[in-house]
Design a protein around this ligand. Structure first.
Ligand code: ARG
Length: 589
C-alpha cells in the first residue's frame, strides 16, 4: 500500500499543478499544530518568491482546487500562506480497513530490491561470562536485524565471538596447572583426544578470572600464557583440541543465554575463523604497496586530508609478526565478502571503539577488501549506567553479570504481578519473564543507541509511562476485550471499519495509518527508538479511545463490530512492532 503521506502529497501535487504552480512546492508534512489540523503544506510561502505574489493568494488558489476533494474534510489557506489539512473520516477509515485486509503485514510493502546486509553484534568473549555491556549489542543488533528483515532485506547476523588471543592461552595455562596429566599437554600423544571436555561451564567461568589475576602478579605465569597462545596459534594439536572444548562448552552456554533474551544468530563465527585468511590478505596488502614497515610494525596509513583530528595508521602486524584485533576484523571482512557478498555490514559495538572502526573501515576501503558500493556502518552504542551515573555495577561494585541482572528484574516483575492478584505460580513466573524482557529491551531501545542511559529498575518495570510493560499492558487490554466480545457469542466476521465516530477514534486511526512510514524511517536511520516512539503514541491513542468509548456496551451491532475490528488492527500493529523490538506479549498480566 502507498504510504498515507504519499497519497496526500499526490493530491497536493495535482492541486499545485492545476493552480499553475510548480509541483516542487507541494510538500506535505504532519502538522506541528495538531490543534488546528493534521497535515500542512508550507509551499505557497516559497512559491510566492518565484511567482511574485502574496503567499496567501497562492495558498487560496491551491485550496480552491482541493475544495471538492473527497480525501479532505478541511483544506484551507490561512495567513500568511499555510495550507492546513484535515483528512476526511471516510478516507481514513477506508485506508485503515485496507491495511486490515492484509493481516500479515498491514499493507507495509517490502523493499523492491532487497539487499544482503550482515550485522555483527553480540560480540561475547569465549569463557568470560556475558556482562551488561554485551546486553546492549545483543538487544540493539537483534532489533536492527528484525526491522531490516521486515523491510524484506536478507539480514545475516554474526555473533563474532571473541575466541582468539591471550584469553585462550591463559585458560590453557591454568588448566595445565590443575590437570597436568591430561593428554592435551603431552606432546608425544598421538591418539584421539577425549570427546568429553575436561571442565564444566562453571569451572570455565572460574578458570579465566583466576588465570587473568595470576598473570597480573606472576611474570612467569604470564610468559607461559603468552607461549601457550603462540603455540595454539601455530597449531599445536593438544591446544587446538582444548580450544574446541572451550568453544563448545562456551557456545552451548551462550546460546542458552541469548535464547532467554530472544536473540539468535545466523552465524556463530568467531575471531578464530578469520585466521586462515590473514596470510594472503597481508601478502596482497604488501604487494599492492599499501602496507609498509613503520618502527618494525607493518602498517597501512589511513589518514585523510580533511581529518580534523589525528587518525593513526592501522597496524596490521606487530614487529614480532603477531596479528591484532585489527587484523582479525580485516580478515573477517575478507571471508564475509567472499562468502556472502554483502551490500552492507553493520557493526553494533560500544561507541568507545569508534576510532578503531574508522581505521578498520578506511583500511578495508583503501586496500579494496570491500567493493566500492559495499557500505560499512558503525552503529556505536552508549553505556548503560546505574543511578549514580556511572557504568552499571553490582552492589559490591563488581562487573554485573547479565544473568544476575535478568534474575533481578524477573524477580521484581514477579513481585509486581503477584501483588494483589492470584495466578498460578507457573503462570506468574512465565508472565514475569516475558514482561521483564520487555522492560529491559524497551528501556534500552527507546533511547537513541548512541546515547548513554540510566538503568532504572523502578521506571523500566512500571506499567505506566513510556515502558515495555505499558505497551504489553495495552496489548493485553485489547486481548481481553476481544475475548469478552467472543465469549458474548458475537463475531466481527465480515465487518468493516466505519468512519470514526469520535475524535479519539479518528486520532487512533491516523496513528495506525502511520505504521509503514514509522518502520521505514526506523530502517533507514538504523534507529529502533523510532519504533518505540511510534508504539508509545499508538498505545496512548488506543487508551484514550478506550477511555472515551463504551465498546462492550455499544448497542449498534455494526458500530461495535467496527470497534472490534479496529482493536484487532491496533493489536496487530503493536504486535508487529514489538516483534521487531524482540519481545512479545503474554495473554494475561
Ligand atoms: N568481543 C569484543 C568485545 O567484547 C566485541 C567485538 C565487536 N565486533 C567486532 N567485529 N570487532 O569488546
Amino acid at each position: 500500500m502507498k504510504k498515507l503521506l504519499d497519497l496526500i502529497t499526490e493530491e497536493m501535487t495535482s492541486a499545485f499543478a492545476e493552480a499553475g504552480l510548480d509541483e516542487k512546492y507541494a510538500r506535505v508534512t504532519p502538522s506541528n499544530r495538531p490543534d488546528l489540523c493534521e497535515y500542512q503544506c508550507n509551499g505557497a510561502m516559497a512559491a510566492a518568491k518565484e511567482y511574485k505574489k502574496a503567499p496567501i493568494e497562492l495558498a487560496e488558489q491551491v485550496a480552491g482546487k482541493l475544495a471538492d476533494n473527497d480525501m479532505f474534510e478541511l483544506a484551507e489557506a490561512v495567513k500568511p500562506g499555510f495550507l492546513n489539512l484535515k483528512l476526511s473520516r471516510k478516507f481514513v477509515a477506508a485506508y485503515v480497513e485496507e491495511m486490515m485486509q492484509d493481516e500479515e503485514r498491514l499493507g507495509c510493502e517490502k523493499e523492491a530490491s532487497p539487499k544482503t546486509i550482515m550485522i555483527d553484534y553480540g560480540g561475547p568473549n569465549v569463557a568470560k561470562p556475558l556482562h551488561v555491556g554485551h546486553l546492549r549489542s545483543a538487544i540493539i543488533g537483534e532489533s536492527v536485524k528484525r526491522i531490516g528483515r521486515f523491510m524484506g532485506h536478507n539480514m545475516i547476523g554474526d555473533v563474532h565471538l571473541g575466541d582468539w588471543g591471550l584469553q585462550m592461552g591463559l585458560i590453557i595455562t591454568e588448566l595445565k596447572e590443575r590437570q597436568p596429566g591430561i593428554p592435551y599437554f603431552d606432546e608425544t600423544y598421538t591418539g584421539e583426544y577425549p570427546t568429553e571436555p575436561p571442565f564444566t561451564i562453571s569451572e570455565l567461568e572460574e578458570i579465566y578470572p583466576t588465570a587473568s589475576a595470576k598473570s597480573k602478579e606472576d611474570e612467569a605465569y604470564k610468559e607461559a600464557a603468552m607461549q601457550a597462545t603462540y603455540e595454539l596459534q601455530q597449531g599445536r594439536r593438544g591446544y587446538q583440541a582444548l580450544l574446541s572444548h572451550i568453544l563448545n562448552v562456551s557456545v552451548t552456554d551462550l546460546k542458552k543465554n541469548y535464547e532467554n533474551l530472544n536473540v539468535s544468530f545466523e552465524l556463530w563465527k568467531g575471531e578464530s575463523d578469520a585466521q586462515p585468511d590473514i596470510p594472503d590478505m597481508v601478502e596482497k596488502m604488501k604487494a599492492d604497496g599499501y602496507a609498509h614497515i613503520s618502527e618494525g610494525a607493518l602498517v597501512v596509513d589511513v589518514k585523510e586530508e580533511t581529518d580534523t583530528k589525528e587518525i593513526p595508521p592501522c597496524m596490521i602486524l606487530k614487529s614480532d609478526g603477531a596479528s591484532l584485533y585489527n587484523t582479525t576484523d580485516l580478515a573477517t571482512i575478507v571471508w564475509r565478502m567472499r562468502d556472502y557478498h554483502p551490500d552492507e555490514i553493520i557493526y553494533v559495538v560500544d561507541k568507545r571503539q569508534e576510532l578503531y572502526f574508522t581505521q578498520v573501515f578506511r583500511c578495508a576501503r583503501k586496500t579494496h577488501l570491500v567493493d566500492e558500493n559495499t557500505r560499512l556502518t558503525f552503529l556505536g552504542f552508549g553505556t548503560m549506567n546505574g543511578k549514580d551515573g556511572k557504568p552499571f555495577k553490582t552492589r559490591e561494585g563488581g562487573v554485573m553479570r547479565l544473568s544476575t541482572l535478568i534474575e533481578n528484574i524477573n524477580e521484581e516483575m514477579y513481585r509486581k504481578i503477584t501483588d494483589n492478584r492470584t495466578v498460578s505460580e507457573d503462570e506468574a513466573r512465565e508472565t514475569a519473564r516475558v514482561v521483564a524482557l520487555s522492560a529491559v529491551k524497551y528501556g534500552d531501545l527507546s533511547n537513541q543507541a548512541s546515547k548513554d542511559y540510566m538503568f532504572d529498575m523502578e521506571r523500566f518495570t512500571s506499567f505506566e509511562g513510556n515502558t515495555g510493560p505499558y505497551i504489553l499492558y495495552t496489548i493485553v487490554r485489547m486481548k481481553s476485550i476481544l475475548n469478552k466480545y467472543k465469549e458474548a457469542g458475537k463475531s466481527a466476521e465480515g465487518a468493516v471499519i466505519e468512519p470514526a465516530h469520535s475524535d479519539s477514534e479518528k486520532a487512533l486511526m491516523l496513528q495506525i495509518a502511520g505504521l509503514s512510514a514509522a518502520i521505514q524511517s526506523a530502517y533507514e536511520e538504523t534507529a529502533p527508538h523510532k519504533v518505540c516512539a511510534y508504539i508509545y503514541e499508538l498505545a496512548n491513542a488506543l487508551n484514550h479511545f478506550y477511555h472515551e468509548t463504551k465498546i462492550m456496551a455499544e448497542e449498534r451491532a455494526d458500530v461495535q463490530a467496527s470497534y472490534i475490528r479496529l482493536l484487532k488492527l491496533t493489536k496487530r500493529a503493536l504486535e508487529l512492532c514489538i516483534d521487531m523490538l524482540g519481545f512479545s506479549a503474554p495473554d494475561r498480566m
